[in-house]
Ligand binder design. Structure first.
Ligand SMILES: *Cc1c(COP(=O)(O)O)cnc(C)c1O
Length: 404
């Protein structure tokens, strides 16, 4: 297509190992394998682990990997160096920063979120409230009422910037300002933002942020998550999970915990060096990527997909579940669809990989580094084919697997 010939990001597709027979619209759930990762892991295993053995912690700087990798993520998210570390999972990082925020606002009891927030964020908050036993309350407001629900009893506004189902985007800077006006703190889950759209943590004055590395950052299944704390905030705080790796000097083996200064106190235990090495190599994909070009292209891909699906699949009851206006949408498009699970299974069997989100959502993610405009037109055509020919109507597609 002409659009592909003029695409300024076209060269980046060659940075990924993508199967030829697949149109991959699920990089928002698990990013594909970047070139260079396999070589890096092989080198890591055979030479670093295999030959250096325990000397690798110092010789190869394994011990500093969480912050070294964190600095690459900082670059992608507008954070200053030394404010991001790559540790644990997003769920665990959420509970760490939430407890820090609540401790910084001792007189306030409300954690404000929205009912469509990613369940693990809400679950972790519920679990923390139980153990704290200080009468904290999770108050949920619908996205369009959220700003007016921020009051001076709000300790922290805890939101996912890009809704995992619909792709709706919050204005992070505006909501953060509003929270600060009444003395509340903010926690932003950027699982569907980092690597998907321009993010400016420092510019937006965000207090805490967390995110996954296996989605748009392509770090591989179960890649370690990341966590950001605004410089100067909570540097002397005592973290909820006061593990030895977050101690000021772990190898003094002092029986008394003293938090490390800065982002290091978000560490808990020994870093997963193999997984961090894979993520470190994967993040090199971003060298030379202009995030505003990425945003422009992913918006255009989303617009084209909506247009094509609505035109080609007319009459099958598909209903757009994402904002039509690309400026209000992340890098994904979702449709409500009856028998959505089976439809998605049939589409995957036909080589277009998206995913299904309960109760009835077909979700398609667009990573503009490797998706072409021609892919979009073809994906919509195959979806039409699945619907026209009722390809979804097979017992094996109706039976839900463990992971959807
Ligand atoms: C994917 C996702 C998570 C996942 O958390 P893990 O602890 O890594 O399993 C958390 N939050 C959001 C918004 C997500 O989309």
């Amino acid at each position: 297509m002409g659009l592909d010939r003029e695409d300024p990001l076209a060269e980046f597709r060659s940075r990924f190992e993508l199967p030829d027979d697949v149109i991959y619209l699920d990089g928002n759930s698990l990013g594909p394998l970047p070139k260079g990762v396999a070589e890096r892991l092989d080198q890591m295993l055979r030479h670093q682990w295999g030959e250096s053995l325990i000397r690798g912690w110092n010789q190869h700087g394994w011990i500093d990997l969480p912050e070294r990798v964190g600095n690459k993520i900082a670059q992608l998210t507008g954070a200053v160096p030394g404010t991001v570390t790559c540790v644990d999972t997003t769920s665990l990082n959420l509970v760490k920063v939430l407890s820090a925020a609540l401790e910084l606002r001792p007189g306030r009891r409300v954690i404000l979120s929205d009912p469509g927030n990613f369940p693990t964020d809400l679950y972790m908050a519920q679990g923390l409230i139980r153990v704290l036993s200080q009468n904290h309350e999770i108050r949920l407001a619908e996205p369009d009422e959220l700003e007016s629900a921020i009051f001076d009893d709000t300790a922290v506004v805890m939101l996912t910037q890009v809704d995992y189902r619909s792709g709706r985007v919050y204005d992070m800077a505006r909501i953060t300002d509003r929270a600060h006006e009444v003395g509340a703190l903010t926690i932003w889950d950027l699982a569907h933002s980092a690597g998907a759209l321009p993010v400016d943590l420092q510019g937006a004055n965000v207090d805490f942020a967390i995110g996954c590395s296996y989605k748009y950052l392509n770090g591989g299944p179960g890649a370690p998550a990341w966590v950001y704390v605004r410089p100067g905030l909570n540097e002397t705080g005592w973290p909820l999970l006061s593990g030895w790796m977050g101690h000021e000097s772990p190898f003094e083996f002092d029986p008394v915990y003293r938090p490390a200064n800065g982002i290091g106190h978000m560490r808990v235990g020994t870093p997963p060096v193999l997984a961090l090495a894979a993520l470190d190599a994967a993040l090199d994909v971003w060298n030379g990527v202009d995030m505003s070009l990425l945003r422009t292209k992913s918006s255009a891909l989303g617009d084209l997909f909506i247009e094509e699906v609505e035109r080609q699949c007319l009459g099958y009851g598909l209903r757009l579940a994402s904002p039509r206006n690309a400026a209000e949408r992340g890098s994904q498009v979702s449709f409500h669809c009856d028998r959505g699970y089976a439809v998605m299974q049939a589409l995957i069997a036909d080589g277009v990989i998206g995913d299904f989100r309960s109760p009835d959502i077909l979700r398609f993610g667009f990573n503009a580094l490797y998706i072409t405009y021609a892919n979009i037109v073809e994906a919509a055509r195959r979806l039409k084919c699945v619907l026209d020919e009722e390809k979804w109507n097979r017992p094996e597609y109706l039976q839900r697997a463990k992971v959807t």
